[in-house]
Design a protein around this ligand. Structure first.
Ligand code: GRF
Length: 194
C-alpha cells in the first residue's frame, strides 16, 4: 500500500478532501500522518477525527535550524511516504527534504500558476490580486515543489470563472471547491504511475 504524508497549517479542507478520497477508495493509499507547524490548525482536528497520526514541528521550538530539519527528516524517514502533499502549508520546505524526496513533493496553489504565485501570494491576497487585475478567470494548480515558492513544474490545473460582484472571499470559496477536486485526482494519478 502506498503511503502519503500531508503537511498543512490551516483549516485543512484540502486535507479533508484527501481523507474523503482515501475513504471512498478514489485514492488507494494510506495517509501515514499529518505534519503541521500549528497545534491549533483545523487540519489537526480533522486528522484526529480520522485517526491519522499528527506531528507538530515548529522551527521556533528548536534551538537551531539544523535540529528542526533533523526532526523533520527523522519523522519522514519513519513514515517513509511515497508522496508528500503540501495542502496549505505555510512554511518553506527545507532543501534537505527536497533532495531526500526528489519529485515526490507536491503543493496546491489557489491560482493558475505561474500567474499569482511566489512570495507574498497566499490566502486572500491571491484572490484580491486576481480581482484587482480584472481577470475573467482564475483557478488552481498542483505543482512539484522546488526551493522557491510556487515555482516547480505544474502537474495539473482547474479553471474557475471570475463572476461579476465577486469578492476575494467568494472567489476563494469557488476556487477551493475546484481545489478539492483537483488535488485528490492528481494524487491518485501520481500514485498509480509510481
Ligand atoms: C488553499 O487555498 C491552498 O491552495 C493554499 O492554502 C489553502 C489551504 O486551505 N495552499 P485549506 O487549509 O486546505 O482549507
Amino acid at each position: 500500500m502506498k503511503k502519503i504524508v500531508v503537511f498543512a497549517s490551516g483549516s485543512g479542507s484540502n486535507f479533508q478532501a484527501i481523507i474523503d478520497a482515501v475513504q471512498s477508495g478514489r485514492i488507494e493509499a494510506l495517509i501515514r500522518g499529518l505534519i503541521t507547524n500549528r497545534d491549533d490548525a483545523g487540519a489537526v482536528k480533522r486528522a484526529k477525527s480520522s485517526g491519522i497520526p499528527v506531528t507538530i514541528l515548529n522551527p521556533s521550538n528548536f534551538q537551531t535550524r539544523s535540529e528542526y530539519e533533523s526532526a523533520l527528516l527523522n519523522k519522514l524517514n519513519e513514515w517513509n511516504p511515497d508522496l508528500i502533499v503540501l495542502a496549505g502549508y505555510m512554511l518553506k520546505i527545507p532543501s534537505s527534504l527536497i533532495s531526500a524526496w526528489p519529485g515526490q513533493i507536491i503543493n496546491i496553489h489557489p491560482a493558475l500558476l505561474p500567474a499569482y504565485g511566489g512570495k507574498g501570494y497566499y490566502g486572500l491576497r491571491v484572490h484580491r490580486a486576481v480581482l484587482d487585475a480584472g481577470e475573467s478567470e482564475t483557478g488552481c494548480s498542483v505543482h512539484y515543489v522546488n526551493e522557491l515558492y510556487d515555482d516547480g513544474p505544474v502537474i495539473d490545473q482547474r479553471r474557475v470563472r471570475v463572476l461579476k460582484g465577486d469578492t476575494p472571499e467568494s472567489l476563494r470559496d469557488r476556487v477551493l471547491k475546484a481545489e478539492h477536486k483537483l488535488l485528490p485526482s492528481v494524487i491518485a494519478k501520481l500514485l498509480n504511475k509510481s
